[in-house]
Design a protein around this ligand. Structure first.
Ligand SMILES: [Zn+2]
Length: 574
């Protein structure tokens, strides 16, 4: 007997909405007894939730194995020294959990495993004959998120599948990258997720090419820019739109004007009677190469990810303390401008074509009007630094871009030789020359998938599990468990289903029928078989589908129920 009796199971449900949760998946994972919170961003998976998590894990494992990736296990505790060699002990910043052992040696709780695996490769790979090679693991990751929230969506401990591939050439990397792309898509599809694949920023991982797999959801923390005309899709942080046309104003001589107490773009527009597109905002950033000024048009937003990626310095940070700004630029905060600045100036490409710009005067209470880029101030580099807006013309075809929200459930990277060079992972090529191994890395947020699935599959009564990852296939509420006949029939059905490979949860708790129906909807198992007096009187049971409430009558004998349920589940599978 392997089916589960609810009375002997740990599946506590909540009637009340939990105050700590903001989004549906977090609320439902608590209410339906999947997870419990231990501390901020740290969760226990209760048996019901863990069943679903294991199924997601199994799907991911099957898809990795199908493309020849080899499963292994890497340590969570990672020596500081390795992270120092790639420069990421600093680059990762406060997101990394750092600790010291009794001998005073530094360690990190692995937020990712490039360092460990590349060091392994440097020991174990020596020849072109050893390549290509793809390794993966499924294990816990740790990130000290500044604001853990949304349950498993942004947790500080989470389950991740991470894979790493090693190659002799970029062509070989691309081949594996494409295999991963397809395997990821299949894995998410099998979990029941509706996915958009988008071009992605590489961030602290580095490398050139990257894609993110976004589960489309209104509650997602990521934004994606989509073009329905040419199919372009990118994370909003790096999305490219055509530069907007310059403001229609005449060129004029530079003039310093008094603007007492006028600091913001809105105030300048009001005070000077100019359009926001004529105003240029100046920001100060500090990174490894020292301070720099960054310019964007007054009607545009600066997209920091684009800046970080263009400068190639993940430690770059915006200076917004007025004293620090004044110390660096020698100008008062609010009246900062590029004219006469002694630090390098970068600008968004839309700044270049403003014939007469309004910029800060670098003196308290003054602005310049009629400033012309190139004539009145030097710009070291023009870059695409603008945050795209809904309706902006697509960078490829010009059709209007749409902005949608998504949950990032996977990301793949073509890393190149960043890690192999830093950690000495080389191989001897056919011609006898020693070369750095070319690498890719690939991650799936396994625990986050559960949250994403529930975001996409629920209604106001509870979860609606896709069959492949449902913790159980069938729930059988026994209306009167104290009546021997009802219990006996329910047990016979559950046993038969279990014998045929379908997982049944028998609700034999001492609760009212109403509560049992309510909980069945809440936990969201795909099918419900009601065993009550009618089942016994008429010799029929009713199977109700959670998704749409559709009902099917089946003869109340085990063989017919097994056949009927099998058919219904098959129809639900992908
Ligand atoms: Zn387009």
């Amino acid at each position: 007997m392997a089916y589960v009796k609810w009375s002997r199971y740990l599946l506590p449900t909540w009637k009340e909405e939990p105050a700590e949760a903001e989004i549906p998946s977090h609320k439902l994972m608590l209410r339906a007894g999947l997870i419990r919170k231990v501390a901020s961003g740290i969760y226990e998976f209760l048996p019901f939730g863990y069943r679903a998590l294991r199924k997601v894990e199994r799907i991911v494992r099957e898809e990795m194995d199908s493309i020849g990736a080899l499963e292994m296990k890497l340590p969570v505790l990672q020596p500081e020294e390795l992270w120092r060699r790639t420069g990421r002990w600093e680059d990762f910043g406060p997101e990394m959990f750092k600790l010291t052992d009794r001998k005073g040696q530094g360690f990190a709780l692995g937020p990712t495993h490039e360092e460990i695996i590349t060091e392994l490769a440097s020991r174990e790979i020596s020849s072109w004959r050893d390549l290509p090679l793809t390794l993966y693991q499924i294990g816990e990751k740790y990130r000290d998120e500044i604001r853990p929230r949304f349950g498993v969506m942004r947790a500080r401990e989470f389950l991740m599948k991470d894979a790493y591939s090693f190659h002799t050439s970029w062509e070989s990397l691309e081949e594996t990258y494409n295999d991963m792309y397809k395997a990821y898509y299949r894995a998410f599809l099998r979990c029941g997720l509706k996915i958009k694949v988008v071009e992605a920023p590489t961030g602290v991982m580095g490398g050139n090419v990257s894609h993110e797999f976004m589960a489309v959801a209104e509650t997602g923390e990521d934004e994606i820019a989509l073009c329905s005309s040419c199919g372009y899709a990118a994370n909003r942080q790096i999305a490219h739109a055509r530069p907007p046309s310059p403001p229609r104003v005449e060129e004029r001589p530079l003039e310093l004007v008094e603007t007492p107490g006028v600091r913001t773009v809105e105030e300048l527009v009001e005070f000077l009677g100019v359009s926001p597109s004529q105003v240029v905002k100046t920001f100060i950033y500090v990174g490894r190469g020292g301070p720099m000024a960054v310019l964007v048009r007054g009607d545009h937003e600066l997209e920091e990810t684009k800046l970080l990626q263009a400068v190639g310095d993940p430690t770059l940070r915006r200076v917004d303390d007025p004293d620090e700004v004044e110390g660096i630029a020698g100008a008062p905060f609010g009246f900062l401008g590029p004219i006469g600045l002694r630090i390098p100036v970068l600008a968004d490409e839309a700044v270049r074509d403003i014939p007469a710009a309004v910029v800060g005067g670098n003196r308290e209470g003054y602005h310049y009007v009629g400033a012309k880029p190139g004539r009145d101030f030097a710009v070291e580099r023009y870059l695409d630094l603008r945050r795209v807006q809904e309706g902006d013309p697509c960078g490829h075809c010009g059709a209007p871009l749409r902005i949608r929200r998504g949950i990032e459930v996977g990301q793949i990277f073509q890393l190149g030789t960043k890690y192999s060079e830093a950690l000495g992972a080389t191989f001897l090529d056919r011609d006898g020359s020693e070369k750095p191994v070319i690498m890719g890395c690939y991650g799936i947020g396994v625990s986050r998938i559960l949250g994403a699935v529930i975001e996409q599959h629920h209604d106001d009564q509870g979860i609606i599990w896709p069959v492949e990852i449902a913790p159980f296939h069938v729930v059988i509420p026994v209306l009167r468990p104290d009546m021997g006949e009802q219990m006996e029939l329910s047990e016979r059905l559950a046993e038969a289903l279990d014998g045929a490979g379908m997982e049944a949860l028998l609700d034999d708790r001492d609760r009212s029928p109403g509560e049992k129906f309510h909980d069945a909807k809440l936990i969201g198992v795909p099918l419900m078989i009601v065993v009550g007096p009618r089942a016994l009187k008429r010799g029929e049971v009713e199977v109700e589908r959670r998704r749409d409430g559709a009902k099917t009558s089946l003869p109340a004998d085990p063989a017919s129920v097994v056949e009927g349920v099998r058919e219904l589940l098959r129809a639900e599978s992908i």
